[in-house]
Write a protein that binds this ligand. Structure first.
Ligand SMILES: Cc1ncc(COP(=O)(O)O)c(C=O)c1O
Length: 392
């Protein structure tokens, strides 16, 4: 049996597989078992912010004399170092980190913290959004398209798009009931094809949350660690989240990890009682990977963020010159690039053709989604855009 046949027989899949068996990934390229080389605009759906195979990170993992495992109720020096680093990197007064294994777990923890802190049960989120695969995350996610698990958690309410200042009236009405524990959203909604909320909406939302004692949770699983041209996408807005979720690029792809960070005040009330036990949260291998990845990001911040600006310009120009069937709406924030073709089938066709042509891209509904790594050269970006041209 070859890999594809064995996969079909034994491997559970939530979504259909793309026809690519990966054997190697290096920098901005992924290599298939068929010997083909692919330009990677997919970036592991936001995991690979530094490109694949960063030597500093691989060396840090290889050369560490870490313990095999640390039981969560013991002390471990590198947990405190990573938590200190996250407190430095995160905006506002977010200082206390909890160990998680990924984004869904971080979102669940955020919901638990908010409900326990406020004593309220309702959660407000954005219709069509994605926050992970667990029951809580699915309940606050899309209800219209994702009909399998609609609102299994009690009291989930959804805000319809657009997120503009006119929407604030509705937010006010909902939050002044003082029944809502938290509002949760991605600050730049990558999972809706890089949807950028209006600044006035975000500032107003923040204000209403503070007035009503509703916690504001920013899910930065994809947007965190530089993706939108700021360390966290929260920084694009005049907001002060009470809880922030991190995952994906927290190890730049070298190990599974997530984190949820909150303020000392919130932690004081819920910490030590809330549980949030995670056997594999911040496993020593993942901690080595994360410290190396985040130190690398910080050390090279100027160069990498400059390259993100350049990539933003290259994609803006390159994609606008492509002759798509419909007039596309481009939504770009740093290295988060959404191209809404207003036609889901057409977007999906282009994704299939791109794969055949040696280009990896993603789609979110009717949008093409590109998440290039921050080290991608201008030459590779143009190579990928050229391949894309041949797919329309
Ligand atoms: C915004 C957001 N939150 C949460 C998750 C879930 O993360 P994980 O796949 O690590 O559970 C994702 C994953 O795509 C995400 O995009």
């Amino acid at each position: 049996m070859n890999t594809k046949e064995k996969d079909e027989k034994y491997f559970g899949r939530g979504n259909p597989a793309m026809d690519l068996e990966v054997v190697k990934a290096e920098g901005s390229y992924v290599y298939g078992a068929d010997g083909k080389k692919y330009v990677d605009f997919l970036g592991g759906a936001g995991v690979g912010n530094l490109g694949w195979g960063v030597k500093e990170i691989e060396d840090a993992i290889r050369n560490s004399d870490r313990p095999t495992y640390v039981y969560p109720n013991f002390y471990y020096r590198l947990w405190t170092e990573l938590a200190e680093l996250l407190a430095e990197l995160c905006p506002g007064n977010l200082k206390k980190s909890y160990r998680m294994t990924g984004g869904s777990e971080a979102v669940e923890a955020a919901l638990e913290i908010a409900t326990m802190f406020t004593g309220r049960k309702k959660i407000l989120s954005v219709e069509g959004s994605y926050h992970g695969n667990t029951i809580g995350a699915l309940s606050i996610g899309a209800t219209k398209k994702q009909k399998k698990f609609p609102n299994l958690l009690e009291g989930c309410e959804k805000l319809e798009l657009p997120l503009n200042k006119e929407k604030l009236q509705q937010v006010e009405k909902m939050l002044y009931t003082k029944e809502v524990a938290a509002v949760i959203m991605e600050p730049i909604i990558v999972n809706l094809g890089v949807l950028i909320p209006e600044e006035e909406f975000m500032a107003g939302l923040n204000k209403i949350c503070k007035e009503t004692g509703t916690l504001l949770i920013m899910d930065e699983a994809i947007t965190g660690f530089g993706r939108t041209g700021k360390m966290f996408a929260t920084e694009h807005f005049d907001i002060e989240p009470d809880i922030l979720c991190m995952a994906k690029a927290i190890t730049a792809g070298h190990a599974g990890m997530g984190a949820v960070i909150t303020t000392p005040e919130i932690d004081k009330k819920v910490g030590g009682e809330i549980g949030l036990y995670s056997s594999y949260g911040w496993h020593p291998i993942a901690v080595d990977a994360s410290l190396a990845a985040l130190n690398y990001l910080q050390k090279n911040k100027q160069k990498l963020f400059h390259n993100i600006d350049q990539l933003e310009q290259i994609f803006k120009k390159g994609v606008s010159e492509i002759d798509f069937r419909n007039d596309p709406e481009m939504r770009i924030k740093g290295a988060a690039i959404g191209v809404d073709l207003k036609d889901e089938e057409y977007a999906s066709e282009i994704k299939q053709r791109a794969l055949k042509n040696g280009l990896l891209i993603n789609t979110e509904g009717s949008s093409l989604l590109f998440l290039p790594n921050f080290e991608m050269t201008q030459k590779t970006a143009l190579e990928g855009i050229d391949l894309l041209k041949n797919c329309v």
